[in-house]
Design a binder for this molecule. Sequence first.
Ligand SMILES: Cc1cc2nc3c(=O)[nH]c(=O)nc-3n(C[C@H](O)[C@H](O)[C@H](O)COP(=O)(O)OP(=O)(O)OC[C@H]3O[C@@H](n4cnc5c(N)ncnc54)[C@H](O)[C@@H]3O)c2cc1C
Length: 274
Amino acid sequence: MDITTVSHYRRARTRDDLALAPGEVILAGGTWLMSEPQPGTTGFVDVTTMGWPDIEIAAGGLRIGATCTIATLVAWSRGAHEIPVPEAWDAVAMIPDAANALLASFKIWNTATVGGNVCQSFAAGALISLAVALDGVARVWQPDGGERVLPVAELITGNAENALLPGEVLRSVELPAHALESRVLLRKIALAELGRSGAVVTGRVDGDAAAVFTVTAATLRPVVLRFASLPDAASLAAAVGDAPGFYTDSLGAADWRRGVSIELAERIRTELAA
Ligand SMILES: Cc1cc2nc3c(=O)[nH]c(=O)nc-3n(C[C@H](O)[C@H](O)[C@H](O)COP(=O)(O)OP(=O)(O)OC[C@H]3O[C@@H](n4cnc5c(N)ncnc54)[C@H](O)[C@@H]3O)c2cc1C
């Protein structure tokens, strides 16, 4: 779509270039920014020219550059990238499942970025589901030159709402090794076969037997439920059912979202227990 209010466009190459003038916004893949009118936006600052590596592996885990496209992340997870996937990181197999939860064409996958998906902060943000499932943290660059790190689950504060302050830029999403080494499963449901997710539930068991279940898409913001070990069916159903924020929109009623989240969590629990 033509964004008729925009009169200028800048490519950011240094951190100083990320300082936004009034009316400017950060542009990543542009798949959402270009999909509807942006009243009040007069300039785009392209963050994809910052030269951030897509994938970096360190002892602590995986760092995904905010400008990494969803397609590149999926390709890496499937071994089609110059940086190999560490053998112990079984959870990487979930990345294509998470990306598939994004209702998007191949064209969108190749353009949309991980950072754009997180910063757009839709309840049905597929990369949010991935990050939250694996204890992902967001590294945020602050306009005064500092940075802060917070869990992605806390960065997202509502459907299309987040805790980014004016001028802050998401630099990376980082997934810790202990979560990448876990057994993890993701299940999703949508009212229409190819519709946007109505509920995305994940469950994982870590090396120390601790279990973590998450609910996204069904709730206004991510829900993370932690257990010392895999819970029994009743405890899990109660925890999921009591989670805050189940909501109603054209993609599903709150009661339906609650009900299917309980069911998906139980299916995951059964598989993890097997
Ligand atoms: C057909 C179609 C289907 C879609 N399906 C889904 C879906 O199922 N789920 C979903 O969540 N979204 C969906 N989207 C919306 C959008 O495409 C995705 O959220 C996408 O991942 C956004 O990434 P992007 O890089 O294109 O972001 P952009 O459109 O470039 O930016 C999105 C927002 O994030 C901000 N931003 C981007 N990068 C940064 C950064 N590094 N730091 C700070 N702010 C930043 C921008 O200023 C903007 O406000 C869909 C869009 C289309 C057109």
